[in-house]
Design a protein around this ligand. Structure first.
Ligand code: ATP
Length: 309
């Protein structure tokens, strides 16, 4: 939750960075003035979590009502399951996240978490239940410690470091000139796209939400870094009972999802497991899969290593 006690220069830099990217939903929500259109219901109750089941029911949404982006989207993610959303650029994958966070309300339809309409729950409890590892994390102009602990500034140092270890960024931090006190961001040390994403992962581990949304980074990461980040995420999720949503460009990274949702022109055109979709004759997913696999220069050597879990 937004803290008025933050120094103003810090807020200024936050605002500049946040205009472009989804770094932290709570702050962005407040600073961008979106709350003018989103109102917490006067009878709003705290979200009661019972495992993190997510349900979209006939959701229609466009940033401009005459240009719908989502045109009747329905799906359910049972608690503890992993769902992937795939589809062409601009089809509305990140928009699903913004709706789940209630940056915007759908023009039609409803979204439920554990059976509670998100319109009826307190916004802070809704947002506290969802963690995001965004596509492109902008860092605050502050220490790396602050960047990880952000949103949980009262967390023990041990917990912050343990989250950094689990996100496999601790060793990198210890090699920086001032370790956790090293300043990063626009006016500090620049760190790589993969490292930034691991900072975002550490932040999410620290927050420990029941629902996690991963917006896959593609261009920022080389294949090796991407694979190691994905294996970190997999081990993080294993046995955790967290509900997760993955927005993915590289299909190989989500082939192990419990369910894959293929979005196109505002609707779900295919849905199922990788094994099912890849066998579908004339299937869109099947087509995307083989196109990507053929164009991947590492395809032949990696093919043997690649195992669906
Ligand atoms: P990508 O794969 O490239 O990340 P995406 O599937 O996540 O894309 P969204 O970011 O959800 O796509 O955007 C869906 C559509 O909505 C796009 O056409 C985009 O231009 C438009 N859009 C996104 N944000 C806004 C906004 N704030 N105002 C108006 N239009 C927007």
């Amino acid at each position: 939750v937004f803290q008025l006690s933050f120094p103003l220069n810090f807020l200024g830099s936050v605002y500049r960075e946040l205009r472009q990217s989804l770094i932290d939903m709570d702050v962005m929500f407040n600073l961008q003035g979106v709350e003018v259109s989103i109102k917490e219901s006067p009878n709003a109750k705290p979200l009661i979590l019972k495992g993190g089941e997510i349900k979209f029911e006939d959701v229609v949404f466009g940033y401009h009502p005459d240009r719908p982006i989502l045109n009747g989207i329905s799906f359910t993610i049972p608690r503890g399951k992993k769902v992937a959303i795939v589809g062409p650029s601009g089809c509305g994958k990140s928009t699903l996240l913004r709706l789940l966070f209630r940056f915007y309300d759908p023009q039609n339809g409803n979204i439920f978490i554990d059976g509670q309409n998100i319109k009826d729950v307190k916004l802070d409890s809704l947002r506290a239940s969802i963690g995001v590892v965004p596509q492109d994390t902008s860092l605050f102009n502050n220490t790396i410690y602050h960047n990880i602990a952000y949103g949980q500034l009262t967390a023990d140092r041990d917990k912050v470091e343990s989250a950094a270890k689990r996100a496999r960024i601790h060793d990198v931090i210890m090699s920086l000139p001032n370790k956790y006190e090293t300043r990063v961001g626009e006016r500090g040390l620049m760190i790589s796209g993969g490292e930034k994403q691991r900072v975002a992962l550490a932040r999410t581990i620290l927050k420990d939400p029941p629902i996690i949304f991963f917006d896959e980074a593609t261009s920022a990461l080389d294949t090796h870094t991407e694979q190691s980040l994905l294996s970190n995420i997999r081990s993080l999720l294993q046995g955790s009972n967290k509900t997760s949503m993955f927005v993915a460009h590289r299909l190989r990274s989500i082939a192990d999802a419990d369910e894959i949702i293929v979005l196109r022109d505002g609707v779900i055109i295919e849905q199922g497991t990788h094994d099912l979709l890849v066998q579908k004759e004339d299937g869109i997913y099947r087509d995307m899969w083989f196109t990507q696999e053929m164009s991947d220069p590492a395809f032949e050597e990696e093919e043997e290593e690649f195992q669906l879990s």
